[in-house]
Design a protein around this ligand. Sequence first.
Ligand SMILES: Nc1nc2c(ncn2[C@@H]2O[C@H](COP(=O)(O)OP(=O)(O)OP(=O)(O)O)[C@@H](O)[C@H]2O)c(=O)[nH]1
Ligand SMILES: [Mg+2]
Length: 597
Amino acid sequence: MSRIERLSPEESAISIEGNLQGLKPSQINRLEKLYQRRIPPHEIVTQEFARHLTEISREINRQIGVLVNRGGYVEYVVVGNARAIVLPDLKRTRVGAGRFRGLRCLHTHLAGEELTQDDLTDLALLRLDLMAAIEVRQDGLPGLVRAAYMLPANSRNRTDNPSPNVDGSPEQGRTIASNKLWAMLEPRVPSQLDIDFLDFMRSLEEEMARARRVRSPQDRRERAILVGVTSESPGAAQESLDELRELARSAGVVVLDTVVQHRARLDPRSLLGRGKLEELIIRSLQLGADLIIFDNNLSPGQARVINDATDLKVLDRTQLILDIFAQRARSREGKIQVELAQLKYMLPRLTGTGTEMSRLMGGIGGRGPGETKLEVDRRRVRDRIHHLEKQIQQIRTSRQVRRSRRERRDVPIVSIVGYTNSGKSTLLNTLTRSGVAAENLMFATLDPTSRRLRLPREREVIINDTVGFIRELPLDLITAFRATLEEIEDSDLLIHLVDASNPQFEGHISAVEKIITDLGLSRLPRLLVFNKSDLIDPDHARWLAESRKALAVSAIDKHSLFPLVDRVAEMVGAPRISDAQDTEDSAESAPLVRATM
Ligand SMILES: Nc1nc2c(ncn2[C@@H]2O[C@H](COP(=O)(O)OP(=O)(O)OP(=O)(O)O)[C@@H](O)[C@H]2O)c(=O)[nH]1
Ligand SMILES: [Mg+2]
């Protein structure tokens, strides 16, 4: 086994960590000798090894811990105080999603006490194979060994034990989402621990792999746990999390589980309480998650604390949205805008160098901004931002020229705005018989499309599809889409399209209104249009429209759109085509004239 060779005693560093103050050289020497002892790989601990630990432990009246690998070699020796021990931070070496570290902790408990909460936390956070406390009897000999291990998901309904060699029923562990997180072996003295440790770990890992939903090697999608921390009502939190789930789906992420924590007051430091954080880590281990996505937006400080504690890739809501934008942007300008927004969001979150940073930088599937992933430093990020801003400026100038050309044309502009997935692209397609991609995904459209729409009585307008809005969309991100914005700014009319079939449509309307106001566009005439009315009760649709001086349509049914076209013509007072200077091929692009009815 290469692992044994690599970590043979000759090669591993002989160092004792922790509380060494006041120890005699002979005692240090005996501690160092631990590195030369080997436990047969199939045993958790031998009587002899345990005795070596307990004797020194009693003598110096401090806890002693060792981390032992699966080859049976000691990798770390740590000295604590009489009641506790601080294990080294192993997180620099990352463990694959859903795997154990291949190290178990054996440490002494001077009063023969149960495993402490800290012991169990270490078991989870360090993803140890096993956490064992060896009782130190008054005479310095080893007493009972109490050992805990993490359980695979859904083991509540399990009838068999992870290892056929484990006797007795494991003690109940703490539960999350009705899943036990850990279990205990029956306490025994070392000589009676008749478990084949390697077999035990193998069956535990196999069961862990089975519990994680089967992933085919081709399936490269990342797997995430969604987390919402809220002081709001459970209902509101759930709705918000439902939207996050849609966002995650749109980003191509598989959602394994969702976790909501209610707190009267959100913890400004880590957002989540420590216990919840720990549960989250175990849960991600059980399910084989690569990534945790927060519904909340994390401050740079919170992101750092959570990142350090979990050793998992952590994204917040804004980063998830940015990630979707990064996947979807097609135009050169769109791509630059997204990279710019990503860099600006990440700049205050960059600390340190190397892996730590790459974890923060990496979006889903490692799609961090630009090519600069591993060795980025702040200065380079700033340079890149500067460079991209200059490019944007150039594109903007050339667009200005195009715009002024169009202004001369004197054709009214109508922009379709609305919450993401409300059906804007579908509406444009049906109105103009075009093939703009419309999908049941959030932020399907990022690059704006303009089409001519011929209205009754030989009139026409230019109609724009736009990027969708979403609640709590950072204004920075919208302004990043200047191209879309400029189209909206020039509009003579905004069609505010609402997905009436979405239970949250009221919230969507206010979110869109707020963004319109924030963008300083509230002066523009607006027409509220309830879409997807085919999915709701027709009477309700009619009532909705009437009560709000709005229209109810179904963008997939062109007949439902005639009243809309009439109203648009009325509101923009569109000139006759013959009045406009440039009529191009507008005769062919006349899909929605009454004659087709
Ligand atoms: N049943 C029904 N489905 C619709 C209607 N309008 C749009 N859809 C569907 O809703 C989904 C979203 O439509 P899009 O046109 O892509 O929505 P969008 O507003 O452009 O979305 P983004 O570009 O992502 O902001 C698609 O699956 C459409 O087929 C409608 O009137 N009725
Ligand atoms: Mg769209």
